[in-house]
Design a protein around this ligand. Structure first.
Ligand code: OGA
Ligand code: MN
Length: 292
């Protein structure tokens, strides 16, 4: 097993392992690698849906899947992300997954801790995933902003209909109705704006343009400009907190949603096909603990 860290220790590539039937040592090495680097890229993997589920289960309980119609036929805990359409026009997988910066399922009381994407098929160009190091973003904030946001909560919601920072993708069949349904059926969830990582103890900014709507107990006149200011650290490409992953077939990418944001960058289209197999681990409630 070889671990090669990317710039600033954010992200690392792991080669020389087979995750189909990992030993306890390998599993623990993967756990340490993700705590150290936040995003890990494991090359040349070939996990079946069932093997991907058993590997994922080592890290905790798998997330309940809302998108049943896009589950893999061999295992309903594997979500298919793809732009492929069936002859009848229905989508094989989720078409517009992750098109704005976010942390997975921060709109749930118990958000996703780890996400695993196995790259099955890649378009000739495009389809990269971009990551942002939210420990580094927190560390880079001026002291007055750090003081201001300490202990605050923000309100997260899944529906794009409720979020002026997002637009609904025209490539997703039935998207308007889907987000309209979610706007009514799904609840708001409060999350700490600064999240203390339960394993590393480090502080990370925990908010995103995709899911964070406002700040609890703060007027929008003050809260929206503050959120815009915070999100500049994520969206301003000149800041050195990012890693952009270009996939090769067989890459298995795993990231820690407690301390990163990510987004799909798009840039491909039919007849070029992108297909990913996705599994997710739920990881308890987010919390903030002031530094001692
Ligand atoms: C996800 C996600 C981004 C991508 O699977 O949670 O946001 O590039 N995916 O597919
Ligand atoms: Mn995502």
């Amino acid at each position: 097993m070889k671990i090669q860290a990317f710039d600033n220790d954010f992200g690392a590539e792991i080669t020389g392992v087979d995750l189909r039937d990992p030993s306890d040592e390998l599993r623990e090495a993967m756990h340490q690698a993700i705590l150290n680097h936040q995003v890990i890229v494991v090359r040349e993997q070939k996990l079946s849906p069932l093997e991907q589920v058993s590997f994922t289960e080592h890290f905790g309980p798998l997330e309940w899947q809302e998108n049943k119609q896009h589950a893999h036929p061999d295992h309903d805990k594997v979500l298919v992300l793809s732009n492929e359409l069936r002859p009848d026009g229905t989508a094989v997988g989720v078409v517009d997954a992750g098109d704005y910066w976010h942390s997975d399922s921060s709109h749930h009381e118990e958000p996703v801790m780890y996400t695993i994407l196995q790259s099955i098929r890649n378009p000739a160009s495009g389809g990269d995933t971009e990551f942002c190091n939210m420990y580094a973003v927190y560390d880079a904030l001026p002291d007055d902003i750090k003081k201001k946001i300490a202990g605050l909560y923000a309100i997260h919601h899944v529906s794009k209909k409720l979020n002026p920072r997002t637009k609904i993708s025209t490539s997703r069949p039935g998207a308007e109705d889907f987000y309209e349904f979610q706007a009514k059926a799904r609840a708001e969830v409060r999350q700490p704006l600064v999240r203390t990582h339960d394993e590393t103890g480090r502080q990370a900014l925990y908010a995103s343009p995709r899911f964070t709507l406002r700040i609890e107990d703060m007027d929008d006149a003050e809260a929206q400009p503050l959120l815009d200011e915070l999100f500049k650290y994520v969206t301003d490409r000149k800041r050195p907190h990012h890693y952009r992953h270009k996939y090769t077939d067989g890459d298995l990418v795993m990231w820690d949603n407690r301390c990163t944001l990510h987004r799909a960058t798009g840039g491909y289209g039919l007849p070029d096909i992108r297909r990913m197999h996705r599994t997710t681990v739920v990881g308890g409630k987010a919390f903030y603990k002031p530094a001692a």
